[in-house]
Every structure is written in structure tokens, then in C-alpha cells.
Design a protein around this ligand. Structure first.
Ligand code: SAM
Length: 355
């Protein structure tokens, strides 16, 4: 989708309706900053907002996706083109769970906390949103069985819950629907925090949102949470030990910490002509910089034992580790990623507890 063209079109149609950015934002129950961001071509509206946008701007979905008014003669062809683009983007997104990509040509770099935060914030503040959607509850990521099957989250009614790396807020909504009373989200990206705020407020959900790297002291309350969780967030930390220490301090005694992340073996094995090729060392935990679309991300691969030992070193006991593939999901995918997931784990999820 052409974000810039769509943004210009939204601005033009909004003005035709004699609406200011503020008035338009109020109708959609979002912030005017978000409207301004779309209109400058720096982001796309959430799917849940597409219909309300069309209604207020008196346009149809096909025109919104095309970024222009359409005549009856253009309509059918554009609808076909837009459907094709949406399907392709959805497929790309599934292949590229960010942070879970198989390492191809990547540059090893020194571990540089400020550099990693800057690079990754820029990614998540701009094009990162395109990749969200597959890493939200009830999915713990990749081809893992979903939460409905795994049942890792206990009874949440009345509970205090914190999500680390809350992205666009879809998982927090899932947690709210299960009766949690006190919701918190943390994310390094101001843009993602804004998206979460907009989405949750459109759903009537109230949450405390904090913009900070998870490794830093950001004033979150100690001994407060019954559950801290993360779906494809934890691996972004520049300091696993510090992060687990902080999460331990946020939890009440016997509080639960659940997180899903890309399985380290998945990044070592690529698929070439239908064959699995071991192309990277499982033991390599060096930092690397990789291209994602026209931006960069900075991460390191960590062995499973690194996660387990860091949890143990910080006082957690481990309740469960799941790494099995949901075979039905992987078979249904019918692509290389699915075929690979039938042979090795692509994600893992750990449930740990504060002693
Ligand atoms: C793959 S996304 C998962 C988000 C969420 N589960 C979802 O699908 O909406 C990773 C999230 O972690 C955030 N993130 C990256 N590095 C971080 C850090 N050091 N501290 C806190 N959040 C971070 C990103 O901004 C992004 O929103």
C-alpha cells in the first residue's frame, strides 16, 4: 500500500468534510497526533479504524486503499489490485516475524546499548507496525499452539498485569477481555505506545502505558503484578540479566512471568530448494545488524540455555517450557516456514514464577 498517497488522500477528504485533525480524531476516538502521522505518510490506520474512517470521509474502502476517488469503470480493477496487495503483505508479514528472521547476510556489530535502542526505536516508530499482528495473544508466536490450547495464563479476573513490548495493544485487549483489573504496557517506541493508547481507548479499555526500554528503571511499581508477559518482546533487550531482574522486582511473590520468543535454532537453519541447511552456529551470540525493508534492526541471538540460566540466576523457577509446533497450523501454512516448523521449533514460550 502506498502510505504517502493514502495519507494525502485522507487529508484531502478530511478537509472536504470541513473537519480539523482534532475533530476527525475525536470522531475516531484517537489522538490528533495519529491523524497527523497518517497524513504525513508515516503510518497506516489500524484495520479496526478503516470502516469508521470511510464512514466519516464518505469514501469506500477501495478508495481508501487506492488513495484516490474511483470512477465506476476503475472500481473493479482497483479492487482486484488492492486485494492482491493485501494478501501479499499479509504473507510477507507472516514470513518476517521481526526478530525471528533466519540470519542471511548480516553484519556483526559490537554490543552498543545506545545504538541498539536508537536503531530499534527508529524501526518500531516507522515501518515496524507493518509486522505486528502475528505476535499478539492468543498467539505466543510462530507455529506454537495458541494460548487457548496451552493454557499458560491463570485466572486473570481482578489481576494486575504488565506487558513488556506491548506493540499495538492487541494482547492487552485479550488480557482485558479475560477480566484483568489493572493493565499496564511498556514499549520503547512512542509510536507503538500511541497506537496502543488509540486502540485500547477505541475498545473502552483503560491501561497505564509507559514508554521506555525494558532494561531501564522507568518507575514501574515493585511487588505489584500478578502476571508479567511478553509476546516477541523480550529478545529485543540489550541486557537479559538486567531485564529479568527488573521483571522479578515488578512481580508479587508467586507472580507469573510468561514470554514467547523466536527459537534460537530456527535462526540457524535456512530452507534452500526444499532442504533444511544448517547455516549459522547455534552457539553464536554475537550482536548483529540486519536490514528489514529500508530500515535496520540490531539484535543478538541467544541460546535457550542463556534464557533459562538468566531466569534461574534471578530467582525464577520454571513451570513450563514449550517448543513444540502446532502441526495443523504448520501444515495448513503450506510454505517453507510451515514445512520447517514441522521439523524443528520456530518459537518457544516459557512460564516462570517468582519464588
Ligand atoms: C515483535 S513486537 C511485539 C509486540 C506485541 N506482542 C504485538 O504483537 O503487538 C516487539 C515490540 O517490542 C518493542 N521493543 C523493542 N525493543 C524494546 C526494548 N528494548 N524495550 C521495550 N520494548 C522494546 C517494540 O517497539 C515492539 O513494539
Amino acid at each position: 500500500m502506498d502510505q504517502v498517497k493514502i495519507g494525502r488522500f485522507i487529508a484531502e477528504m478530511r478537509k472536504q468534510q470541513n473537519l480539523t485533525q482534532r475533530e476527525f480524531a475525536d470522531i475516531l476516538k484517537i489522538s490528533d497526533k495519529t491523524v497527523s502521522k497518517w497524513e504525513c505518510g508515516n503510518g497506516m490506520p489500524e484495520l479496526s479504524l478503516m470502516l469508521p474512517i470511510c464512514e466519516s470521509l464518505k469514501i469506500n474502502l477501495n478508495e481508501l486503499f487506492s488513495g484516490e476517488k474511483l470512477t465506476d469503470a476503475d472500481y473493479k480493477q482497483k479492487a482486484e489490485e488492492n486485494m492482491m496487495k493485501l494478501v501479499k503483505e499479509a504473507e510477507e508479514m507472516k514470513k518476517n516475524i521481526v526478530g525471528g528472521k533466519v540470519l542471511g547476510q548480516v553484519a556483526n556489530v559490537d554490543r552498543n546499548v545506545i545504538g541498539a535502542h536508537k536503531t530499534n526505536t527508529e524501526f518500531w516508530d516507522t515501518i515496524g507496525s507493518k509486522f505486528l499482528g502475528v505476535t499478539a495473544l492468543p498467539s505466543w508466536g510462530g507455529f506454537l499452539p495458541s494460548e487457548d490450547k496451552l493454557g499458560l495464563l491463570e485466572d486473570l479476573s481482578g489481576k494486575s498485569v504488565l506487558e513488556i513490548g506491548c506493540g499495538n495493544g492487541r494482547s492487552l485487549k485479550y488480557i482485558a477481555d479475560r477480566g484483568a483489573a489493572d493493565l499496564w504496557g511498556l514499549d520503547i517506541s512512542a509510536n507503538q505506545i500511541e497506537r496502543t493508547r488509540d486502540f485500547l481507548s477505541s475498545q473502552g479499555v483503560i491501561a497505564n502505558l509507559v514508554c521506555s526500554p525494558m532494561e531501564n528503571d522507568c518507575g514501574l511499581p515493585c511487588n505489584h503484578f500478578d502476571l508479567v508477559y511478553s509476546v516477541y518482546g523480550i529478545g529485543w533487550t540489550t541486557d537479559l540479566d538486567k531485564t529479568f531482574k527488573r521483571i522479578y522486582s515488578y512481580l508479587k511473590d508467586n507472580g507469573v512471568f510468561v514470554f514467547g520468543w523466536s527459537h534460537p535454532i530456527h535462526k540457524c537453519v535456512s530452507v534452500e530448494n526444499g532442504k533444511l541447511i544448517f547455516s549459522n552456529s547455534y552457539f553464536n551470540e554475537e550482536w548483529y545488524c540486519a536490514d528489514m525493508s529500508d530500515k535496520k534492526i540490531m539484535l543478538s541471538n541467544r541460546m535457550l540455555s542463556t534464557y533459562i540460566n538468566a531466569l534461574a540466576d534471578n530467582g525464577f523457577i520454571i513451570d513450563k517450557l514449550f517448543e513444540q509446533t502446532d502441526r495443523e497450523k504448520a501444515t495448513e501454512a503450506g510454505n517453507d516456514y510451515g514445512r520447517k516448523a514441522l521439523m524443528l521449533p520456530t518459537s518457544f514460550v516459557i512460564k516462570a514464577r517468582k519464588l
